[in-house]
Design a protein around this ligand. Structure first.
Ligand SMILES: CC(C)(COP(=O)(O)OP(=O)(O)OC[C@H]1O[C@@H](n2cnc3c(N)ncnc32)[C@H](O)[C@@H]1OP(=O)(O)O)[C@@H](O)C(=O)NCCC(=O)NCCS
Length: 235
């Protein structure tokens, strides 16, 4: 496909978002940058960070704080205690799952979610565990949900925004509403909107989440690279 941005921005999706589209949701010190904690846990340092960059991030987050480095390949100093390691993939939408759908095809039960829906979004995340989600995570982009008899049963939203790209995230359907095509419909709605504004969709998935991985491949996502997600406690 033509007109898509350079994939190099995807090597540091957190830093590229925090220094660009999400600068209004960022806290910075020197080269270190992190999201406002109510929005997201992710932090970033410059490529090939030196000791000063890690010291800036430690100061920014405070002592004994959670440092979620997302897929950053650089390792912090040894006095940063590892909290978690998770193998995963970064996938980009190639369009091979068919042409981008038009947003008009998707039924009146698909609704845009906002601040007043946050308690229900948090409850759905608690029950489905699609990944980290905070009370203001929805401010990172547009979130769509499916309501069944008024109850929120599925949602999908936008998260990281490196230049030219939009990450699709928080893909989840309540256990009792699965297998009805809600996730596919919401994913296709986002693909349509993102490609219509000239961006290209991408996402991250845990290696062990074979169900979601197969779903994304069927929709036209391909693995760009394998990544390791890491979190630490600052000294
Ligand atoms: C992944 C998930 C969102 C799918 O939701 P859903 O609304 O049931 O998905 P759909 O009904 O649109 O299913 C699409 C297809 O994927 C299949 N599928 C969905 N979840 C699957 C799973 N866990 N394992 C295997 N196949 C799965 C469905 O059978 C369906 O196949 P079909 O079209 O041939 O019938 C849901 O299982 C979920 O919330 N999982 C927990 C949270 C999660 O892991 N999110 C992804 C984070 S990256």
């Amino acid at each position: 496909m033509t007109g898509f941005s350079d994939a190099a921005a995807l090597d540091d999706p957190v830093g590229e978002s925090l220094r660009g589209h999400h600068a209004h949701l960022a806290r910075r010190l020197g080269g270190a940058v992190t999201y406002v904690p109510e929005v997201a846990t992710f932090s970033a340092v410059p490529a090939e960070p030196d000791a000063a960059a890690w010291a800036d991030l430690a100061k920014l987050l405070g002592p004994g704080a959670f440092a979620d480095m997302f897929s950053c390949p650089a390792m912090p100093p040894p006095d940063w205690e590892p909290v978690f390691v998770l193998e995963g993939r970064q996938m980009i939408w190639t369009g091979h799952g068919g042409p981008a759908p038009s947003a008009a095809e998707f039924g009146s039960d698909v609704v845009e979610l906002g601040a007043r829906d946050v308690p229900e979004m948090l409850d759905l995340v608690e029950r489905t565990r699609p990944g980290p989600f905070r009370p203001r995570t929805h401010e990172l982009g547009t979130y769509f949900g499916v309501r069944d008899g008024g109850t929120l049963v599925a949602m999908v939203g936008e998260r990281l925004r490196p230049p030219g790209w939009t990450e699709i995230s928080a893909v989840c359907t309540a256990p009792e509403a699965r297998g009805r095509g809600h996730a596919v419909r919401l994913l296709r709605t986002h693909i349509a909107r993102i490609t219509a504004r000239g961006d290209r969709p991408f996402l991250h998935v845990a290696e062990a989440n074979s169900g979601a991985l197969a779903l994304y491949e069927r929709l036209g996502f391909e693995t760009r690279k394998h990544v390791t997600f890491r979190g630490f406690t600052t000294p």
